[in-house]
Design a protein around this ligand. Structure first.
Ligand code: FAD
Length: 539
């Protein structure tokens, strides 16, 4: 079966849905999403969305904080435009019905502060910010007559006018849509479109421990790369310093906002240790906090450290803590921890992919008619490290910019000619593939891959560990290729194939950067080398 639209959006988080709403003003939009419509990292964002609002704050300060975190690799023009367009995008979310918290007495927005920010500028809805945003977007999209959303539809590969050449040059290449698996029926359909948008989120599932939801398997990055697009800066995976450490807790994040509100990192003996590592103490930028925890855990042979936000330490009453952090409070209670009376056990975990599909200031990739927005893109905003709460902002800003550029593109295209091309798009051919008998193989390979990445390509790297990872990934990659050609596709196999590609790209980028910068720390090259490496790693 073939589905045709002006625009195909792959992914339904803040980036995909914000874009879809805007593109639907001038064209027909299909959104495919591989799980439920509201599933994705957006829904789990707790802390909030950063944007300048308070009179004591300024664009210059937000720009500076973003650049300091980015360790010399932020693209100045991208940082400026993102910060400056932020307030308008936040206002649009408010207009859609997102109720950011306000101070009950002054009626002003209750802006919070997070690690690396010099000012209070983070809009939040208690600690359910992402859920509030996603709910509002889903409601608006479901009412729109020009948008059709397909749940449980996983994009497999992009359709392009020519096969990617060996040299991986994407010049002259055009995207024409994607092959999409209907996970319920098992059928693979052609979704043709004049413009295709990758909004598939991050790739945290490439690591054993992650704060990311299961859908974060780097699909957009892998599909774009296979199609011939340039990808960049994949060595910069941000590890969130504080995920709950509990045998039953799956990827539960303890938001940075707790540290912003006075929470302190302590070891098992109760001693605070962050001042040893940075003058901002527990509110230091994430990479520094994550490495400090990693180092304390290794030095002390401990399983975890603790985050103490009890009234004695933070100065907030127990009632205020429950009111401000209802989600985290409830989740901790599920695991028998009362954050108002005891510290929370925490470990670092893979959290945010700063690199991704290389795009320009309009979200356009190096392949014509292919855009990438949100976490799947590398716009130049984050550089070598992301400032907290800048990613929801980036998703909203680049959805808007990509929609504006799409409108221009569609106006210039000749629909009749395009239609001819689309009608000629080949159906998916499964060849001699047979149904997979033992899906357990996929689970085993996946675990091997994620363990390899955790052990050898984690928070602190060495050349030897990276080489080891490369050797193991080569083997895993061959195995997965064999599955791919032999068996009928299923959602797990699609994800595993993408994860192997992304893991390989992360290792290649990490090996190429022979210095330590931002989130990439290599013990063999522990210094900053601006002469040779103050630039993006592009593959
Ligand atoms: C626990 C947690 C807390 C966070 N807190 C904050 C915060 O406070 N502030 C902040 O700014 N950022 C935060 N982040 C980061 C932020 O949430 C994400 O970067 C952002 O939501 C990404 O939005 P997105 O639209 O790019 O992707 P997502 O919201 O992840 O959406 C990706 C979508 O793509 C779909 N998809 C993926 N692959 C395919 C495929 N092959 N076919 C079809 N669909 C596909 C997924 O199902 C999903 O719908 C947090 C992240 C996590 C995990």
């Amino acid at each position: 079966m073939k589905f045709d639209s002006d625009v195909l959006v792959i992914g339904s988080g803040i980036a995909g849905l914000s874009y879809a709403l805007k593109a639907a003003r001038f064209g027909t939009v299909h959104v495919v999403t591989k799980n439920r419509q509201d599933e994705g990292a957006t829904r789990y964002a707790q802390g909030g969305i950063a944007s300048v609002f308070s009179k004591s704050d300024s664009f210059a300060s937000h720009i500076n904080d973003t650049e300091v975190a980015g360790a010399g690799l932020c693209h100045r023009n991208i940082v400026e435009l993102t910060v400056q367009e932020g307030p308008a995008r936040v206002q649009e979310l408010v207009d859609l019905g997102v109720a950011f918290d306000k101070d009950t007495t002054s009626g002003e927005y209750d802006l919070t502060i997070e690690g690396g920010h010099e000012h209070r500028r983070v809009f939040h809805s208690r600690d359910f910010t992402g859920e509030a945003i996603e709910t509002a977007l889903v409601a608006a999209v479901s009412k729109h007559p020009n948008i059709r959303l397909f749940e449980n539809h996983a994009a497999v590969d992009l359709l392009t006018n020519v096969r990617p050449q060996k040299l991986r040059r994407s010049d002259g290449m055009r995207c024409q849509g994607a092959y999409v698996l209907n996970s319920t029926s098992g059928a693979i359909h052609v979704f043709s479109a004049r413009v295709t948008v990758l909004a598939t989120g991050g790739a945290g599932k490439v690591y054993l421990y992650t704060s990311n939801p299961d859908v974060a398997t780097g699909d957009g990055i892998a599909m774009a790369y296979r199609a011939g697009a340039r990808v960049a800066n994949l060595e910069f995976m941000q590890f969130h310093p504080t995920c709950m450490y509990h045998p039953r807790a799956k990827s539960f994040l303890i938001s940075e906002a707790l540290r912003g509100e006075g929470g302190e990192l302590i070891d098992a003996s109760g001693a605070a240790f962050m001042q040893k590592y940075h003058s901002m103490g527990s509110c230091a930028p994430r990479d520094i906090v994550a490495r400090a925890i990693d180092s304390e855990i290794k030095r002390q042979g401990a399983d975890c450290v603790y985050l103490d936000i009890t009234p004695k330490r933070s100065g907030h009453t127990a009632a205020a803590l429950k009111e401000r952090f209802p989600n985290i409070y409830a989740k901790c209670r599920e695991y028998g921890i009362d954050l108002t009376t005891e510290p929370i056990p925490v470990v670092p975990a893979a959290h945010y992919m700063c690199g991704g599909v290389l795009t320009d200031e309009h979200g356009e990739s190096t392949i014509e008619n292919l855009f990438a927005i949100g976490e799947t893109a590398c716009t130049g905003l984050h550089g070598a490290n992301r400032l907290a709460s800048n990613s929801l902002l980036e998703g909203a800003v680049f959805a808007h910019r990509a929609a504006l550029r799409t409108e221009e593109r569609l106006r210039r295209m000749k629909p009749k000619l395009d239609l001819k091309i689309y009608e000629a798009l080949p159906d998916w051919d499964s060849g001699k593939a047979v149904p997979m008998e033992e899906r357990i193989n996929i689970a085993h390979t996946w675990r091997e891959l994620r363990t390899t990445m955790w052990n050898y390509v984690g928070i602190v790297r060495t050349n030897r560990r990276l080489e080891k990872a490369r050797t193991r990934l080569d083997y895993i990659s061959h195995e997965v290729q064999e599955y791919y050609w032999s068996y009928l596709l299923n959602p797990e196999l699609i994800e595993l194939r993408n994860l192997v590609t992304v893991a390989d790209l992360i290792v290649r980028c990490a090996l190429a950067r022979k210095e330590s910068r931002g989130l990439h720390a290599n013990l063999d090259t522990p210094y900053l080398d601006d002469t040779y490496f103050k630039r993006d790693t592009i593959v």
